[in-house]
Write a protein that binds this ligand. Structure first.
Ligand code: MG
Length: 454
């Protein structure tokens, strides 16, 4: 039972606990299924810094070879760099070995299609069907292709970042930047990227040795060492990545975390004020500060289901200027339509350079809302049943959105309940003008979950 509970298969990929549910056998089967789905060809394979990464990479490589693919080994690689590279190499797809922000005992596989984008729901379902049928396109020995190694996997991403950003503007300021890579894949690129922007990087948890010196989720309670480094070294700003470097949190010049929601707000602010303004696409749980910033720029905001690919597809469809997720996942299509902590850093540094303001002052310019995020153990099925009940309860009391779980939007607050895509939990988020009001809304929904679960 433990195994089934800890293995999560969703459009976000596969995640499980090493030594329990995520085994080399399972990884090789998923790789065979994915290679079969792609129909052979070049498939990029890389990983974050977890100790179980090399084991899974061997298994994934074996699975891909078995179905006639040519695996391209990129080793330790941030996920946005991986996505840019998959497109640049014109590969059929890629398998990234990472459990993103999950704790160290977890690992997982993310499946990427030929454009460097995650599989959407229908494509994932097709591939998952092949996995369950177990009919893999195994090839005989004389059809097997040798695996190759990519020697400069980060270059296409770095080139695109430097082309999209106003490098001269940032370089002139010679910022001191504390960067906390969570001992993850971000460490492979962050110091070089910051130096190219003329910054002096102060490195925190920047050795990718496979053990996490802090929990990899870049939420305020995990940023103690970064906060101390910002103060001790008088940094202009602090940045924290998660283990695969798609999410970014910002710490101000006094060592105070701005909260992950503010990362996207700052990035949206910068893009809309410095480039041709265009629509913004964000997920349902993202701060309404985005709506205020977009309204001031005269552009619409489109809201999507949770999950990076849903936001990415909306960005492409609406030709959005920028978008992302409130968890620190900035998606700036000028680099690539994927969550990218490096693009996020670049835009925040641009904003600091252009305005001459420090992060604390920039924060005060963002409309103030308080978000409270909570979670309770529970399955998708339970979340669905509770959601149905809440929908009835709140009909007529607020705008009820059922695109993903159930979100009730009031005049200047909202509350959202949905099953996690990656863990066996139900997430409850609320945002309001004041913290007590946000706490009250979360408690209201939480009480409903407890009442129905008992
Ligand atoms: Mg991540």
């Amino acid at each position: 039972m433990k195994d089934r509970l800890s293995l999560k298969v969703s459009v976000s990929g596969v995640r499980g606990v090493i030594g329990e549910s995520l085994t080399p056998r399972l990884a090789a089967r998923f790789a065979q299924a994915f290679g079969t789905y792609l129909g052979g060809g070049k498939v990029v394979v890389g990983r974050d810094a977890r100790l179980s990464g090399p084991m899974l990479q061997e298994a994934v490589t074996a699975g891909l070879l078995a179905v006639g693919c040519r695996p391209v080994d990129v080793g330790l690689c941030p996920i946005p760099s991986f996505q840019v590279l998959t497109k640049a190499l014109q590969a059929r797809g890629g398998i990234a070995i990472t459990a993103s922000h999950n704790p160290g005992e977890w690992n997982g596989l993310k499946f990427i299609g030929e454009a460097g984008l995650f599989l959407n729901r229908s494509r994932f379902a097709e591939f998952n069907e092949i996995y369950h049928q177990g009919e893999f396109a195994l090839v005989p020995a004389d059809k097997m292709k040798p695996a190759v190694r990519e020697e400069a996997p980060l270059k296409p991403h770095l080139d695109r970042l430097l082309a999209a950003l106003d490098v001269d503007l940032v370089r002139r300021r010679r910022f001191r930047v504390a960067i906390d890579c969570a001992n993850g894949a971000g460490a492979a690129l962050a110091p070089e990227f910051l130096r190219r922007l003329g910054c002096r990087p102060i490195l925190v948890n920047a050795v990718p040795h496979g053990r996490f010196e802090r929990p990899p989720e870049p939420v305020p309670e995990n940023l103690g060492s970064l906060k101390r480094a910002v103060r001790a070294d008088r940094a202009d700003v602090g940045f924290a990545q998660d283990a695969d470097a798609d999410r970014l949190a910002v710490v101000d010049e006094a060592g105070r975390p701005l909260g992950e929601e503010l990362t996207l707000a700052l990035a949206v602010n910068r893009v809309l004020s410095s480039r041709t303004a265009g629509p913004v696409a964000v997920n349902l749980s993202t701060t309404r500060a985005i709506d205020d910033i977009a309204a001031a720029a005269g552009v619409p905001v489109f809201r999507t289901r949770i999950g990076e690919i849903n936001v990415v597809e909306e960005i492409l469809e609406r030709e959005a200027a920028i978008g992302g997720e409130g968890n620190g996942g900035v998606i700036w299509p000028a680099v690539r339509p994927c969550r990218d902590s490096f693009a996020a850093m670049g835009l925040v540094l641009e904003l600091m350079a252009a305005s001459g303001k420090r992060p604390s002052a920039l924060r005060r310019e963002i409309p103030a809302y308080h978000m409270v995020k909570d979670k309770v153990p529970g399955t998708a099925r339970q979340a669905h049943l509770i959601g149905k009940a809440l929908k009835k309860m709140y009909a007529g009391k607020g705008e009820v959105v059922t695109l993903d779980g159930v979100k009730v939007v009031f005049a200047d607050s909202w509350v959202h309940l949905r099953p996690s895509n990656t863990e066996p939990i139900i997430r409850i988020l609320a945002e309001a003008r004041t913290k007590p009001e946000a706490v009250r809304l979360v408690r209201l929904f939480k009480a409903e979950v407890k009442r129905r679960a008992s």
